[in-house]
Design a protein around this ligand. Structure first.
Ligand SMILES: Nc1nc2c(ncn2[C@@H]2O[C@H](COP(=O)(O)OP(=O)(O)OP(=O)(O)O)[C@@H](O)[C@H]2O)c(=O)[nH]1
Ligand SMILES: [Mg+2]
Length: 417
């Protein structure tokens, strides 16, 4: 309920009260019991509110019945989240995705005599009242929406193809990618800014970020990695919306590495972590290499910090404590990312003739250089490259497969004598 209040405020409402009902079963007609409906009617007469938000999803029928009984607009959790997304999506793709999700949600709700104008209600920015409509008008409206859904989905498909091509382009550039994921307000954008000097807006509110931003970060060995900030996760994220944002969330499924940010100072950090794990599993990204950052440790005293790090580290071994605003722990985090994102790599030992230093720069960019030595005839360098780029360095010396697979620490690598 606390989170719902945050969501309601983010959507532009003032929260004047909340109430909970304990029931064994859901009332099929009104969701809440008739007695509670009566109570709400009286409270409404006393004045003070013009909107009710239910923290669970309402069926179109329950929603309509409640609106009819209470003569007031009633929203469910999904609609509030859709409203926030509608207000804040910035990119063309994001807007299309939200529009499609809203229309899918709206379609079954265009029924009965107390139908609001849900179409414009969602688009106007506020949660204003809607006028009634006749049966015939509703049918016309339904047809219009179905057509619009088809158009929008076709357009999303096009944008998606373009994105895919961009990503293929990035792969050709042989840069690995990492996606920053985490609960909303965990500090993902702040971390992206701190690591890359980007200026993504970071705010103390839910869903500050809706559109992904990608920036290049330089890892300790000199190699570049593309880091993408993503939309925050939340409990009970509406399935409409997960489906709508599938294209955006593809950055997560296609990333080589997941950088998960947890707000270690939150009292509900365990639940938030569980939600993020669940969404990652839903996306099929649960088994990707993952680095966990325990953020906002600056807000914790020494004892609380030890406690939080202790309990979270048992869930996420190797988690790194950081503060994105105070910029502490960032070099440890980069080192951990460097190790973990090496994925499918091979060690190289090459001899680069003097005058061809560009080759070394390439190795730094797409792989890493661990040691160099100036010898007769050039620079001898020991490092590693992604397997798919190994061919580029074969002319300069041996490139060998790594026996143990992935994520080998530089010190554990076989070293030439
Ligand atoms: N004290 C403290 N505050 C932080 C830290 N990192 C982020 N914050 C604050 O937490 C709030 C949310 O940060 P964001 O970076 O916007 O969070 P986000 O994960 O991108 O959130 P969404 O985009 O809404 O999903 C902002 O007010 C930040 O200033 C930190 O290390 N310490
Ligand atoms: Mg953000």
């Amino acid at each position: 309920m606390v989170e719902l209040a945050d969501l309601a405020r983010t959507a532009g409402n003032e929260v004047v009260g909340s109430d909970v009902q304990a029931r064994r079963t859901i009332d099929p007609a009104h969701f809440i019991g008739m007695g509670k409906v009566e109570e709400l009617r009286e409270m409404k007469l006393e004045g003070g509110f013009d909107l009710i938000i239910c923290n669970e999803d309402l069926s179109p029928r329950q929603q309509r019945n409640l609106e009819r009984e209470l003569k007031i607009r009633v929203l469910d959790r999904t609609e509030v989240i859709l409203e926030i997304f509608a207000q804040h999506a910035r990119t063309h793709e994001g807007r299309l995705q939200v529009e499609a999700a809203q229309m899918h949600h709206q379609l079954p709700r265009l029924i009965g005599s107390y139908a609001y104008d849900r179409q414009t209600g969602g688009q106007r920015g506020g949660l204003g009242a809607r006028g009634g409509a006749g049966e015939q008008q509703i049918e016309v409206e339904r047809r219009r929406i179905r057509k619009r859904i088809r158009d929008v989905e076709r357009e999303i498909e096009q944008v998606r193809t373009q994105r895919h091509q961009q990503r293929v382009g990035r792969r050709r550039a042989e840069l690995e990618t990492a996606a920053i994921v985490g609960y909303t307000n965990a500090g993902k954008s702040t971390l992206l800014n701190a690591l890359t000097g980007a200026s993504v807006s970071a705010e103390h509110r839910v869903f500050a970020t809706l559109d992904p931003t990608t920036r290049r970060v330089t890892l300790p060995a000199g190699r570049g990695l593309l880091l993408t900030d993503t939309v925050g996760f939340i409990q009970k994220l509406p399935t409409d919306l997960v489906a709508a944002f599938r294209a955006t969330l593809e950055v997560v499924t296609e990333a080589d590495l997941i950088l998960q940010v947890l707000d270690a100072s939150s009292t509900t950090v365990e639940e938030q972590a569980a939600t993020v794990d669940q969404v990652l599993a839903d996306l099929g990204a649960a088994d990707k290499p993952r680095i966990v950052a325990l953020n906002k440790v600056d807000l914790l005293g020494p004892a609380a910090r030890r406690r939080a790090i202790g309990s979270l580290s048992s869930r996420y071994p190797g988690a790194v404590a950081i503060s994105a605003t105070k910029r502490t722990g960032l070099s440890e985090l980069l080192a951990a990312m460097d190790q973990s994102s090496r994925g499918d790599t091979m060690p190289v030992e090459i001899l680069v003739p003097y005058g061809q230093e560009g080759v070394l720069a390439d190795l730094r960019k797409i792989g890493g250089v661990e040691r160099t030595e100036y010898v007769d005839g050039g620079t001898r360098a020991w490092g590693w490259v992604p397997r798919n780029a190994a061919g580029r360095f074969e002319a300069y010396g041996p490139v060998r497969p790594v026996s143990s697979g992935r994520a080998v620490s530089p010190r554990a690598r076989s070293r030439p004598g």
